[in-house]
Design a protein around this ligand. Structure first.
Ligand code: ZN
Length: 296
C-alpha cells in the first residue's frame, strides 16, 4: 500500500514538507471526553468495529538557516511501538525522510510538542536486544522539549505512565535541550520556534513557523491542542485525554483566534494527511477550518 508523503508548502521564504508516520486509531469516546456522542458522531468519519477514530500522524521537515529540523517523530518502529492501534507497516516516517533525500545523520534538530508515545516514537531506534541497544535515531540532533514535559515524562503518575515510555526518553537524555516555556517563542532557528501551549499536558507546546513578516506568512503546528480537527473549531470540545482541560480550552481559543486574525496556516498533527488548513470565521461567528492543498 502506498503511503502519502512529501506534501510541500511555502510560507514566504520558508518551505516545509509534511511527512506521515501512518495512522493511529484511538477510542473515540476518550478523544471527545464529555461531549455527548450524538453531537460528535455527525461530524466524524465512521468508527471502526472497536469504536475507534483513525488519526493522522503528521510530522514536519523544515530546512532553515543551515538546520534540518524534524517536528514530531510519530509512533515509531521499535519492538512494541506499534502494538496498540497502529499497523506495523505504517511506520513510514523514515521512508518519507529518505524519499526527501534526508539521512538520519543530517537531522540537526528534533522538536517534540510533548512526549506521549504517538509523538516521539522515532526519537529512538533499536530492538534493545544484545548488540542492538535502543539509541537515538538522529545521532547528531538536538532534541528540543519543554523542561516541564521532560520532568513529567520522567516522573509519570498512574494515569500517564502508559504513554511516557522509557525507551523513547532515556536514550536521548544526553541529547536534550530543555526549553523553559515561559510564554515567549523560543527559537530553534529564527524561523522555527517552540511556544508553550499548556492543557493537553502541563509542558505541551506548539511549533510556530515564520517565513516572513507579512500577514499569512506564518504557520502553527498544533501538536495535541486537539486530536480531531473539529475540536479546534469548537472551544468547549476538549479532549478527554487532556490533563488540564480548562487550561486547554483557554490555550486553544487564544491560539486559534490569533490564527484567524493573522491568517496562519494551521497544521493539524492528527488530521488526515497532510492536515494543513487555514482557520476562518463563518458569517455566524463560528471558527471553521478550510483545507489548503500542497504547493507540490
Ligand atoms: Zn497525540
Amino acid at each position: 500500500m502506498a503511503h502519502p508523503s512529501g506534501a510541500r508548502y511555502q510560507l514566504g521564504g520558508l518551505e516545509f514538507a509534511v511527512l506521515s508516520d501512518g495512522t493511529f486509531t484511538y477510542d473515540a469516546g476518550a478523544v471527545f471526553g464529555i461531549v455527548p456522542r450524538v453531537m460528535w458522531e455527525r461530524v466524524v468519519p465512521p468508527l471502526d468495529a472497536m469504536h475507534r477514530l483513525t488519526l493522522g500522524l503528521n510530522c514536519l521537515l523544515i530546512r532553515s538557516e543551515g538546520h534540518v529540523v524534524l517536528v514530531e517523530t510519530g509512533v515509531g518502529g521499535k519492538p512494541h511501538d506499534r502494538d496498540t492501534a497502529s499497523p506495523a507497516e505504517e511506520g513510514t516516517l523514515m521512508t518519507a525522510l529518505a524519499a526527501l533525500g534526508v539521512a538520519p545523520e543530517e537531522v540537526t534538530d528534533v522538536v517534540n510538542t510533548h512526549l506521549h508515545a504517538d509523538h516521539c516514537g522515532w526519537n529512538t531506534s533499536g530492538s534493545g536486544a544484545e548488540g542492538d541497544p535502543v539509541h537515538p535515531t538522529f545521532p547528531n540532533a538536538t532534541y528540543h522539549v519543554a523542561l516541564q514535559e521532560w520532568h513529567d515524562a520522567n516522573h509519570p503518575n498512574e494515569r500517564t505512565r502508559a504513554t511516557y515510555l522509557e525507551r523513547n526518553l532515556a536514550p536521548i537524555a544526553d541529547h536534550v535541550r530543555l526549553l523553559d516555556g515561559d510564554g515567549a517563542e523560543t527559537p530553534i532557528t529564527s524561523e522555527v520556534r517552540f511556544l508553550a501551549a499548556p492543557g493537553h499536558t502541563h509542558g505541551h507546546g506548539v511549533v510556530v513557523l515564520r517565513g516572513g513578516g507579512a500577514i499569512g506568512e506564518w504557520g502553527l503546528f498544533t501538536g495535541d491542542l486537539a486530536q480531531h480537527p473539529v475540536q479546534l473549531e469548537r472551544t468547549p470540545w476538549v479532549s478527554g485525554l487532556d490533563v488540564l482541560p480548562l487550561v486547554s480550552m483557554e490555550t486553544k481559543k487564544l491560539l486559534m483566534d490569533r490564527c484567524i486574525d493573522e491568517d496562519a496556516l494551521v497544521i493539524v498533527a492528527h488530521g488526515a494527511y497532510p492536515g494543513v488548513a487555514r482557520m476562518t470565521r463563518t458569517d455566524r461567528g463560528f471558527r471553521q477550518l478550510v483545507d489548503v492543498p500542497p504547493a507540490s
